[in-house]
Write a protein that binds this ligand. Sequence first.
Ligand SMILES: CC(C)(COP(=O)(O)OP(=O)(O)OC[C@H]1O[C@@H](n2cnc3c(N)ncnc32)[C@H](O)[C@@H]1OP(=O)(O)O)[C@@H](O)C(=O)NCCC(=O)NCCS
Length: 164
Amino acid sequence: MSPAPGPGAIRLRTATAGDAGAVAALHRASILRGCVGDYSATQIRAWLAVLTPAVYPELIASTSFRIALEDDAVCGFAATTVSEEVINAVYVAPFAMGKGVGQALVADAEEALMTAGRHEARLNATLNAVEFYRWMGYVDVGHASNRLSSGVAMACVAMRKPLV
Ligand SMILES: CC(C)(COP(=O)(O)OP(=O)(O)OC[C@H]1O[C@@H](n2cnc3c(N)ncnc32)[C@H](O)[C@@H]1OP(=O)(O)O)[C@@H](O)C(=O)NCCC(=O)NCCS
């Protein structure tokens, strides 16, 4: 029998609808800590406004939605649309940033893609996360823009990584 993970160990599991509340709170906190330097207050406000509670159960049901846990606290999540080879979202809680959680979530998403026979991972990186994805082996494809339902546009960078 393998030993139980020690304090501070990170483990990943597939999310359930019951995780939606914790994921929603984490998502907001992660944006407010990680993305504010690269987007205007108007953009951040518009972004948070579309992240209503209803978004999360739908996303958990429709994607490969994985969460990271540290001592049973949700400390990160990643959503992947395997059929489209797209990693839709990777967000880490402020208290867990810089400890390898993002790396573990992206590696896990890539594993899911490869297991499904996919040969590439694609994503639109927020400007603050571009260096992180380069570090993970992703290359820039070009500038892109996510237009929110309010009409506010968010600049991002399209990136890809061949999976072997
Ligand atoms: C970007 C993010 C997902 C990275 O997750 P993380 O757990 O903090 O990153 P990790 O600890 O796994 O970092 C792995 C490596 O990536 C690099 N890295 C991480 N964040 C970086 C950043 N913002 N800029 C440059 N390099 C970065 C580091 O070199 C690190 O290696 P090191 O530990 O040897 O220094 C996380 O900071 C986050 O949630 N940010 C806000 C939300 C966001 O922008 N998500 C992406 C949307 S597309």
